[in-house]
Structure formats: structure tokens, C-alpha cells
Design a protein around this ligand. Structure first.
Ligand code: NAG
Ligand code: NAG
Length: 336
């Protein structure tokens, strides 16, 4: 009975010990070929009874292997801390320790890295060893298409700012991003392209790509910078200025023509008038009437053009010799 109890206790202790050691992996990781990925990982070593208490087994060997359930024996490893400088695969770097961190970093991802990886720990005497399940799935994407996300929806106006982000579901850490506008490379590398204050020239079709990789060029992202109100007004002004100038010039030309026409007509009418005066003939006793006539001519400075014609018509209809007074009268009336 006492022996059975001890056996049960012993079994329970073993089970508890087995449960206490564990490895916790991250969710599946996806990386673009050529990039650097990190596989977060933590572990807890087994415990042993010592001095009436429980202490953690001292782990001296930590290793990672691909596609093997327990990574034991001669299974090839991608990392093994007992081998100097990890000759198996220098691209695999152990960022962890022998206490509880088993994080692994892989750079320059290749297709051969696409695997399920497991971590194994061992103590000095190999009395305690353990490979964590289920492992971590690492996927290497060698033809991922990048896509561009915009920080802003809808229309963009001049002077505003926008950030375009080049991204993909898979990690592309350590890979350089290249940007293009309408197929021309932009002098900027980085996952986020900040534009602003926006100018009309920023409009175009943007694409991004990962350097030194194939098949990653994104679909074009069309960016349209609308002319803001501050831009529309000068535009209107620019077109209305020639219009105004045209109108002004036209009006001036019309005025000039009118003035010219008036001058010509006036000169013509003056000629006619002098002709009429000469016809009437200067008489010695007619000085007063002659003055009146001249005064009338001065008064008629602003007169209309057909007044002399009217005068002439009358003078023709009526014989000039009829009477000097009549001529003077009609002249004054015609011009008044
Ligand atoms: C494990 O080590 C890595 C690299 O030093 C570190 O980034 C991470 O935070 C550590 N994890 C824990 C749980 O301490
Ligand atoms: C962007 O692409 C679309 C369709 O491919 C095209 O209609 C448009 O003219 C392009 N814009 C520029 C600025 O090239």
C-alpha cells in the first residue's frame, strides 16, 4: 500500500515535470524571398528536485531543425549552439539564450527555408531533452505582389498631404522598396512615401516594387491632385484680363474712329460754310450780320453734321441773291 502510494506520487511528479517543460512558438510566419524574418519563441526547461525544492534543469544545448518531429540524433540542424559560428547555415541567427528565449532570425530568405521549424533543448548529460510541438510554419513567398495603400480617401487638393504605403501580407523586412510615378523611378526608398504639400505635378500613376526581387511590382495607384479654389481664381483672372483689355481697346478704337469721323465732317462742313460765305459775298454794310453768322458758327462747335447740308439745301432751294438777311437767318436757325 505504501509502495503503491509512492509509485503514484512518483508518476504524478514525472507527469508534472513533463508538463512543466514547454516551448511556445509564434503564429505562422511569411516572408518575401530575400527578406529577414524573426521567429519569436520562448521555452521553459524541465525541473528537478534538489535540496528539497524544485529547480530548472540547466540547458546546455539549444538547436533548431526543419521538418522533423523531435530533431534528435543525426537530424540536420539549421542552428546548433554547440557548433561554432553555425556552420550549417550562417543565415540562421539565434537571438535567444539557454534560459528561456529561443528566438530565431533568418536573413536572405530562400525557397529552401520554407519549412516547419522546431526547437530542441538538452541538458549536459542528455537526461533531459525536449522538442517543442507543433513547431512554427515558415512560408517563403517568392512572387508576392505589393500593393499601395493611401492614408487618404477621396479627392486630394493642392497643398494637402498624403502618405502612400507599399505593403504585402508577407514580411519584407530588410528589403528596399522602390517607387515610381508614371514608370519613372522616384529618388526615395522606404515603405512609406510621404507627399505634400501636394502640387498638380504630383498627379500620376504610382507603383512600388521590392528591389532585387521579381514579380513584386504593385498595381498602379492613381493619384489626382484637384486644383484647389486658390488655383481656380487666378485661372479665371488670367483669362478675363485679355477680355477686359480687348473690350477697353475696342471701345477706345470706336471712340477714336468717331472722333476722327467728327473731325473730318467738321472740316468738310467748315469748307462748305466758307464756300457759302464766299458765295454770299462780303458786303460793306453787312458787318453786323457777318458777326452774327460767325458767332453762330462758333456756337455750332458741337453741332451735328447734317446742319450745313440742311443749310446748303435751303440755300440751293432759295436763291442766294434773294436777301442777305434771309441767308443769315437760315444759317443761324440751321445751326441753332
Ligand atoms: C527574446 O529575445 C529577442 C531578441 O533578443 C527579444 O527581442 C525578445 O523580446 C525576447 N523575448 C522575450 C520573451 O524575452
Ligand atoms: C493612369 O492610368 C490610367 C489607366 O491605366 C490612365 O487612364 C491615366 O491616364 C493614367 N494617368 C496618368 C497621369 O498617366
Amino acid at each position: 500500500m505504501a509502495l503503491w502510494d509512492t509509485q503514484v506520487l512518483c508518476l504524478m511528479f514525472l507527469l508534472t515535470g513533463a508538463v512543466s517543460q514547454r516551448v511556445i512558438y509564434s503564429d505562422p510566419v511569411c516572408g518575401v524571398r530575400g527578406s529577414t524574418v524573426t521567429l519569436p519563441c520562448t521555452f521553459t526547461p524541465n525541473t528537478v528536485a534538489q535540496d528539497g525544492g524544485e529547480v530548472l534543469v540547466e540547458i546546455t544545448r539549444v538547436l533548431w531543425c526543419q521538418n522533423h518531429q523531435i530533431c534528435q540524433g543525426s537530424t540536420p540542424t539549421v542552428y546548433d549552439n554547440t557548433l561554432l559560428n553555425n556552420p550549417n547555415n550562417p543565415r540562421y541567427r539565434y537571438l535567444g539564450d539557454t534560459k528561456g528565449n529561443c528566438t530565431l532570425q533568418i536573413s536572405g530568405l530562400k525557397e529552401e527555408d520554407d519549412a516547419t521549424l522546431r526547437f530542441r533543448m538538452e541538458d549536459e548529460q542528455k537526461l533531459s531533452f525536449y522538442a517543442g510541438q507543433p513547431g512554427v510554419r515558415l512560408t517563403v513567398d517568392d512572387e508576392t505582389q505589393m500593393k499601395i495603400l493611401s492614408s487618404r480617401d477621396g479627392e486630394l487638393e493642392r497643398g494637402e498631404a498624403v502618405a502612400l504605403t507599399c505593403t504585402t501580407e508577407c514580411s519584407f523586412h530588410q528589403l528596399e522598396v522602390t517607387w515610381f510615378r508614371d514608370g519613372h523611378a522616384l529618388p526615395y526608398t522606404g515603405p512609406s512615401l510621404h507627399l505634400g504639400p501636394l502640387k498638380a505635378e504630383d498627379s500620376g500613376n504610382y507603383t512600388c516594387d521590392l528591389k532585387n526581387t521579381v514579380g513584386t511590382l504593385s498595381h498602379p495607384f492613381s493619384l489626382n491632385v484637384e486644383a484647389g479654389e486658390e488655383e481656380q481664381n487666378p485661372h479665371t483672372d488670367c483669362c478675363s484680363v485679355p477680355l477686359i483689355v480687348g473690350v477697353v481697346v475696342g471701345v477706345l478704337l470706336a471712340l477714336c474712329s468717331l472722333i476722327l469721323a467728327l473731325c473730318i465732317i467738321r472740316r468738310y462742313s467748315d469748307k462748305n460754310q466758307s464756300a457759302v460765305r464766299e458765295e454770299a459775298g462780303p458786303k460793306p454794310d453787312d458787318d453786323v450780320s457777318s458777326n452774327v453768322q460767325q458767332g453762330g458758327a462758333i456756337e455750332a462747335e458741337d453741332d451735328v453734321s447734317y446742319a450745313p447740308i440742311q443749310f446748303r439745301a435751303r440755300s440751293q432751294a432759295r436763291p442766294v441773291e434773294e436777301a442777305d438777311d434771309a441767308i443769315i437767318y437760315s444759317s443761324v436757325v440751321g445751326r441753332g
